[in-house]
Design a protein around this ligand. Structure first.
Ligand code: AKB
Length: 353
């Protein structure tokens, strides 16, 4: 009898050793397909690309894009889209009841320069929008929430080089103040209400798939378009204004990595410092000139210079590296090459890259 039990045990073990991988993959895929993801503010620079990546992971029908207005971008022509002003609680409730999302990415916000021009709207949208999402996470038992913070949480008295995770934070823009308050709210909702909310302090984001959206770091997107069209960029920042930046594929990777990490690995529930590269307008100009030698930048700093001057030069993201394995792939020259090779066909330009 004992001998028979041993034989059965050995056979079962053998079968499972052969099947272990497919079973694991099938289970993971099943888990992914059973998720329903809602992206709020999906038509912005980050949202457009995030919806595309999320649909590749979870399937088109399982990722609901939403924004105050639908964009013409091809990614929104397939898969569900809902018009949503995140300040409209009734409409938000309707969408939650309809789709019952298990994850919400809340990206709707006014960025730094736009929020300075419209401070009341900046505060209301950035704060009340977040409250609506965090309250919904409690009421509708949403499994995971993502909310972006920014390097704008730092201010003039913050150490500028290799800015640590925890230090003096005295933002002096509406956007920065709203992001810092939002971080505290996220941590509060995690501690007191059990919401699994995760967040990153994005540096300036640079991508080629959508237009910039009112940020101080956005010159570093426009500059590539100008290089390929007029060959001349009028920069609203001074040539030596160093800022932390991140290329979009790295930003997407960081966002998906933190959202897919096991909950116990997420030790910081306010928002993680995140870094990719740092450069100033002169250095990005020189990087572009390697491929377009005649390209020139003129410097005419405007009101956005003061915002940039209050932000760090570079960021220490060692907590993200340690806790959930963050590792960026792109430096300035690798980004320039990729940006130009993706944008050149749009402007019918032939570059040897
Ligand atoms: C902005 O410039 O406002 C944003 C940011 C750094 O959060 N890109």
């Amino acid at each position: 009898m004992i001998k028979h039990i041993h034989i059965v045990y050995a056979v079962v073990n053998f079968v499972f050793s052969l099947k272990a991988f497919p079973i694991t993959f099938a289970f993971q895929n099943f888990k992914k397909m059973s998720e329903k993801v809602l992206v709020i503010g999906s038509c912005g620079q980050l949202g457009t690309e995030l919806v595309e990546s999320l649909r590749n992971i979870y399937g088109e029908a399982n990722v609901v894009a939403s924004d105050i207005r639908k964009s013409n971008h091809e990614v929104f022509q397939t898969g569900p889209f809902e018009e949503l002003d995140i300040l409209d609680k009734n409409r938000f409730t309707e969408i939650l009841q309809k789709y019952q999302p298990t994850q919400v990415y809340h990206l709707a916000a006014l960025l730094s320069a736009t929020a300075e021009a419209k401070p009341k709207l900046g505060w209301t949208l950035n704060m009340d929008g977040l409250f609506n999402v965090l309250d919904a996470a409690v009421d509708f038992k949403i499994g995971r929430v993502y909310w972006p913070s920014s390097i704008a949480v730092f201010g003039p008295n913050t150490p500028v080089d290799n800015t640590p995770q925890n230090c003096v934070m005295d933002p002096n823009t509406i956007y920065g103040i709203s992001k810092l308050a939002g971080e505290r709210y996220c941590e509060y909702y995690f501690q007191k209400r059990g919401v699994d909310v995760r967040s990153l302090r994005y540096p300036g984001l640079i991508g080629h798939k959508s237009d910039p959206g009112g940020g101080t770091t956005d010159y570093a997107v426009s500059i590539y378009h100008d290089a390929l069209t007029t060959g001349k960029h009028n920069c609203f920042l001074g040539d030596h204004t160093m800022l932390p930046m991140l290329y979009m594929p790295d930003a997407l990777k960081a966002t998906l990595d933190i959202m897919h990490a096991p909950a116990e690995k997420i030790k910081i529930r306010s928002s993680y410092n995140l870094a990719g590269m740092s450069f100033n307008p002169k250095q990005i100009t020189e990087s572009i000139q390697k491929y377009i030698p005649g390209f020139v930048t003129e410097y005419n700093p405007d009101h956005r210079q003061a915002i940039a001057d209050s932000w760090p030069n570079s960021i220490d993201d060692s907590e993200a590296r340690k806790d959930w394995g963050w590792q960026p792939a792109y430096d300035l020259d690798a980004m320039t090459k990729d940006m130009l090779s993706n944008l050149a066909p749009r402007y019918s330009k032939n570059l040897s890259l």
